[in-house]
Design a binder for this molecule. Structure first.
Ligand code: ADP
Ligand code: MG
Length: 394
């Protein structure tokens, strides 16, 4: 049996016309000899009736007082609705299909509601359905605990569901269908002339995803890499070949440059000149589970950035030891990824020139052998991405 996992994102299943196109893709796979396993997200985006954001707002929004277990229960509904509607579409075309919750599909998670880890996949049920010629349509973004409670695995989690199923079922390939042609040299909503990357390795796409290219979830890439299942990211609404993701020795190595950005960063500057506490700043923050991103250490100060969601907590920790600090909210981390920058002189100078010619102030930088990060104000973020794309790619 040649298994193909096909995952369709929220916009791909948002209207009857799009669902018909989705059904065409599934049927085409089936007719060319594959046994498709379909994974679907909740329909549409914010304000659409069954989207995850709409369900969240029904439960009181981001600041809901609902307990995490119950919140997960409502958040699971969006994907479940999509499975029934999509299975129905396939049945109405004369195919055998069955809608399944994550739990029905054998996806077992821990109890960390909201960001649960998948601990195992009991694949026999899906294999049985496939051998009976039935197309399983699985709800993404969810699983079930060993107590039988539904749990979600974090935003963007349907990609993870697809990658995990791909590995567990030893699929030939996992196809991630979305609303753009594949992984591109920048977010095409920010840079309309961004180019499609036709082939990329797991580790490079992981970096892009981790630094803000939300076209694929970084954990999905991680799972796929671990099991070695190839991933393809493609557009539901075009016939573009998409982006093939696989390991380094399977694809020709050619230099690749891409720009990403990650908003909602807060920069802290801590005066360490008179720091007289038992523990250093970084230990203090790590003990409070606050993860630090860009960091520069000077004799008299530490400058670092964190995700803005952690900034209240960081302030609490710092205030508790009467630390002297300043913070800058509303920052964005713009990253330029280049697989051949190592040892090339003038790379950083070119970045800084492109940004300063555009009147953009750089607040902090850091670099590794393949990435340079620049912290800028959030209001400059999109323009910084555009300027760097123009300077380095087109
Ligand atoms: P889905 O609902 O299909 O999972 P997402 O919204 O999660 O779709 O991901 C697709 C979006 O990712 C695109 O619409 C695009 O704006 C965004 N995106 C960000 N960075 C990139 C990139 N480098 N290449 C392609 N798309 C990107
Ligand atoms: Mg997504």
């Amino acid at each position: 049996m040649k298994i193909l996992v096909q995952k369709f994102g929220g916009t791909s299943v948002s209207t009857p016309e799009r669902r018909a196109v989705v059904a065409d893709k599934i049927i085409a796979a089936k007719e060319s000899g594959f046994s498709p396993v379909v994974v679907v997200s909740a329909m549409g985006r914010k304000n659409d009736p069954y989207s995850t954001d709409t369900l969240l707002s029904l439960a009181g929004g981001a600041l809901t007082s609902l307990n995490k277990r119950d919140l997960d229960l409502i958040m699971c509904c969006g994907e479940i609705i999509s499975t029934v509607v999509m299975a129905q579409e396939l049945c109405s075309r004369g195919f055998k299909a069955m809608a399944l919750t994550g739990g029905n599909a054998g996806i077992i998670t821990d109890k960390a509601y909201g960001s649960a880890e998948i601990i195992k996949v009991e694949g026999e049920k899906l294999i049985k359905l496939l051998s009976d010629g039935i197309i399983p349509v699985v709800a993404g973004f969810q699983g079930v605990t060993d107590q039988g409670d539904m749990a979600t695995i974090g935003r963007g989690g349907s990609d993870v569901t697809a990658a995990v199923l791909g590995g567990a079922l030893k699929a030939e390939c996992v196809e991630i269908y979305t609303d753009v042609d594949g992984v591109m040299t920048a977010d095409p909503r920010i840079v309309p002339e961004a180019q499609l990357i036709d082939q990329i390795t797991y580790d490079v796409v992981f970096q892009l995803a981790d630094e803000g290219a939300k076209v694929i979830h970084p954990r999905a890439v991680e799972y796929a890499m671990r099991s070695g299942v190839p991933l393809v990211v493609k557009n539901t609404l075009s016939d573009s070949a998409g982006t093939m993701v696989s390991s380094g020795y399977q694809i020709p190595s050619k230099p690749l440059t891409a720009i990403t950005s990650l908003k909602d960063r807060t920069q802290f500057t801590i005066n360490t000149e008179n720091w007289s506490f038992e523990k250093d700043v970084l230990t203090l923050l790590s003990e409070n589970n606050i993860s630090i991103d860009l960091i520069n250490i000077f004799p008299d100060k530490d400058i670092f950035t964190i995700d803005s969601k952690d900034s209240d907590k960081a302030e609490e920790v710092l205030r508790a030891v009467s630390a002297e600090y300043k913070l800058l909210k509303g920052c964005s981390k713009v990253s330029i990824h280049d697989t051949s920058m190592r040892g090339v002189p003038g790379f950083m100078a070119k970045i800084l020139k492109a940004l300063s010619d555009g009147g953009i102030k750089v607040l902090q930088t850091a670099d590794s052998h393949s990435t340079i990060w620049c912290l800028v104000s959030e209001k400059d973020s999109d323009r910084a991405v555009q300027l760097l794309h123009k300077a380095f790619i087109k």
